[in-house]
Design a protein around this ligand. Structure first.
Ligand code: A2P
Length: 275
């Protein structure tokens, strides 16, 4: 089971969770049940992944009580508005077949549409009404976060961003740390293709620690105080990815992995991309 981190608005989030993109409903159902049986307590989905039904079915199949789980979902840009955000939540809850979600995120800022401040006001209302335990953003840059915090005075519990050894997001992490925002890493292994798992620095560390490259990279996220949500459809890899809480990396090895950073330009640009 993963250790947890306290969030600004009172909830606690596991340090490692299960990512579900890209997987269809049927694959998701099996994978989520396997993950929960393996000890995962955080499951991450989104309207856009079109697999919230699979997530809900996997949760039911696992037999683990709902209150022991931390479920995150996210909504698309068409729901950027105060009332619209509430509707997005209702629809997600309906697809998930659950009574509530723990953490609701604005999936992308979509600054060209310029309605993410209203979406954030909607999330703040949902938090105040007790309809979610925690609220946050995904793919927000410090400039986007500045605007929503200024408009509402409410700081997100979490900002979920693309983050892996080749995209370490130093400036974003520093901004979050200053404000108590937990950084959650999407594509923590570098995504499909996962070149970073074949990097000589990572494979050499894997050999030295007697771990797999994925375990080394996921432990690196933990050492940096991040929440990582690796996706896998493979039962062995699902189990392997959470088996990282019985060892630690030496500071110089954490630094060696961080040095693989290719800079901010290697990340998807959320001023341009979004849905
Ligand atoms: P698979 O689903 O076949 O396991 P990310 O979470 O960074 O987006 O990366 C997910 C990718 O990494 C998927 O392609 C997944 O494939 C693969 N993956 C997940 N866990 C491992 C692991 N322990 N070792 C190697 N590849 C992995």
């Amino acid at each position: 089971m993963a250790e947890t981190i306290p969030l600004l608005h009172g909830a606690t989030i596991p340090r490692l969770g299960f990512g579900t993109s890209p997987m269809d409903d049927a694959t998701t159902e099996t994978a989520v049940a396997t993950a929960i049986e393996a000890g995962y307590r955080l499951v991450d989905t989104a309207e856009n992944y079109a697999n919230e039904r699979g997530v809900g079915r996997g949760i039911k199949a696992s037999g683990v009580p709902r209150e022991q789980l931390f479920v995150t979902t996210k909504f698309n840009k068409r729901w950027h508005g105060v009332e619209l955000a509430a509707q997005a939540l209702e629809r997600s809850i309906d697809r998930l077949g659950l009574d509530y979600v723990d953490l609701l995120l604005i999936h992308w800022p979509n600054p060209r549409q310029d309605r993410y401040v209203q979406a954030w006001e909607g999330l703040v209302q949902l938090l105040e009404q007790g309809r979610v335990r925690a609220i946050g953003t995904s793919n927000f840059k410090p400039t986007h976060l500045d605007r929503i915090i200024e408009a509402t005075g409410v700081v997100p519990d979490v900002n979920q961003i693309q983050l892996s050894p080749s995209v370490t997001r130093t400036a974003a992490r520093a901004y979050h740390a200053e404000r108590g925002i937990v950084t959650e890493s999407w594509s923590p292994l570098g995504g499909g293709g996962a070149d970073e798992l074949r990097h000589p620095i990572v494979t050499e560390l894997a050999e030295r620690y007697g771990r797999t490259p994925a375990q080394i990279v996921l432990r690196w996220h933990v050492e940096l105080g991040l929440v990582a949500i690796p996706k896998s459809a493979n039962p062995d890899r699902i189990r392997q990815n959470i088996d990282i809480f019985d060892f630690s990396l030496a500071p110089e090895d954490v630094a060696a992995i961080s040095a693989l950073d290719r800079g901010e330009s290697a990340a998807v640009d959320s001023d341009v991309f979004g849905h």
